[in-house]
Design a protein around this ligand. Structure first.
Ligand code: 9Z3
Length: 358
């Protein structure tokens, strides 16, 4: 049996993993865009942050009908990107396709349909139809968001790049980190994306849609009748005619090692997130991650309270610091878009600020 990627040295796991997958089709275009973006900001001596956001998918079939998804709407990433822009960073926003984006997040996935923000003005100059305008109650907030969005666009401060699968995410992360090398200490990595821990290697993935009902024998290759169907096993071990689906996943190599030791520029700052549901594990897991990968900051959050509290785990004092949004500030914005713990602290290069409690 060949060794699992999880048992290999990080550098070996890297070469095995990246050799197994074809590089994403969009990668050359993303690299060209990122290179131009980074050159511009190196020239301006501006700090650049790579914000990753949203969940990765794990396809069950090469021609994918079914996939496993990781929880994340992209609120943390999109909100934090706005804070980074406010603090003068240029932002590469590497996000799950169709997840929340900076600025448009206030309207795109809000409790209102975007049409609810609009109105028709009374017709003028003899016209039958009035212009479409923003409703009165949304004018101020929308003007503010629009100005910030326009400013970021006009000054080329925000680059949007998307991924879907965990493999695409890995290729993009590696490519972006390497391209960011000329930034040196002006580079920051803020890894809020919810990255799957398990995947099916290409070599063991079913090509076609996994069948749940009987397929006549003359349509099947090497099929064995059984009550179970296996995916992630070798093709000839996998009965194609069955009732139960058994999925066999491998661990995704821990690429944070490679980011810290190989891909990211010397002197850059690396911030990762740790998501848990069991409160007794959160601090332990976040601290273990920090010790294992030896980066700069792990931000721990619980699924149920992630919008109101996070814990910063640092290698130096204070080691553990909780930041909580007081109950009175937990309201939704006028658009209905939810806000999150304001991680302005990180964007200022500080850990902890006004709304913290311990
Ligand atoms: C997070 O923990 C993010 O804060 C959330 C944000 C995904 C909870 P939303 O997008 O949610 O605002 O809905 N991200 C990191 C999750 C993750 O996959 N971390 C890995 C782990 O926990 C380490 S890289 O093992």
């Amino acid at each position: 049996m060949s060794p699992s990627l999880g048992d290999m040295e990080p550098a070996e796991a890297e070469s095995v993993y990246f050799n197994e997958y074809p590089s994403p089709k969009a990668l050359p275009k993303h690299e060209a865009l990122a290179r131009a973006f980074i050159d511009l900001h190196v020239e301006a001596n501006r700090r650049v942050v790579l914000v990753t956001s949203g969940g990765t998918t794990v396809p069950l079939e090469a021609q994918t009908v079914r996939f496993i998804d990781n929880f994340s709407a992209g609120t943390r990433g999109a909100t934090s990107a706005e804070y980074f822009l406010e603090q003068g960073y240029a932002v590469i926003f590497l996000h799950r396709q169709y997840s929340l984006l900076p600025y448009s997040r206030h309207y795109s996935h809000s409790t209102n349909c975007f049409l609810d923000f609009l109105d028709e003005a009374p017709p003028s100059n003899g016209s039958m139809d009035g212009s479409i305008i923003v409703r009165n109650e949304y004018q101020n907030q929308m003007r503010d968001v629009l100005r910030k969005y326009r400013y970021a666009k006009k000054n080329n401060l925000l680059l949007l790049l998307s991924f879907t699968t965990v493999a695409e995410y890995m290729f993009e992360l590696r490519a972006m980190a390497k391209l960011m090398n000329p930034l040196g200490p002006n580079a920051l990595f803020y890894l809020a994306a919810a990255v799957s821990d398990f995947f099916i290697p290409c070599s063991r993935m079913a090509e076609h849609k996994i069948q749940s009902s009987e397929i006549p024998a003359n349509f099947r290759d090497n099929a064995v009748d059984s009550d179970e169907i296996y995916t992630g096993e070798n093709e000839n071990q996998a009965p194609r005619n069955s009732k139960k689906l058994v999925i066999n996943l491998d661990p995704v190599p821990k690429f944070l090692h490679r980011l810290v030791d190989g891909w990211a520029p010397d002197g850059s700052m690396i911030v990762s997130f740790k998501l848990e549901t069991d409160p007794t594990l959160l601090v332990y897991k976040a601290r273990t991650a920090l010790q294992t990968y030896a980066h700069h900051l792990v931000i721990g959050n619980m699924l149920s309270t992630r919008k109101w509290e996070v814990v910063f785990i640092t290698p130096d004092e204070p080691y553990e610091r909780w930041i909580r949004v007081p109950k009175t500030r937990r309201s939704k914005s006028i658009s209905g878009a939810e806000d999150q713990v304001g991680l302005a602290e990180i964007t200022k290069g500080k850990v902890g600020q006004a709304n913290e409690t311990s």
